[in-house]
Design a protein around this ligand. Structure first.
Ligand code: FES
Length: 62
């Protein structure tokens, strides 16, 4: 599934970038050889990094 339409990268590319050491949103873009343009995909990239354990998840608010 496409995550970023501006740069044309997919969830698989984000996941493999995270698995090979990208530990922040900006590192993912760097590893994929691009930069955020419109920024709509940034929250999705962040969530994907959290889901693979590369970013800490925020504690649940009580
Ligand atoms: S959708 Fe990724 S920068 Fe626009």
């Amino acid at each position: 599934m496409y995550i970023c339409l501006c740069n044309g990268f997919t969830d698989r590319q984000v996941r493999s970038s995270a698995e090979t050491g990208s530990a922040s949103v900006s590192q993912v873009y760097k590893a994929l050889g691009c930069a955020p343009k419109c920024g709509k995909c940034v929250p999705m990239v962040r969530e994907m990094l959290k889901s693979v354990g590369m970013l800490p998840t925020e504690p649940e608010s009580a």
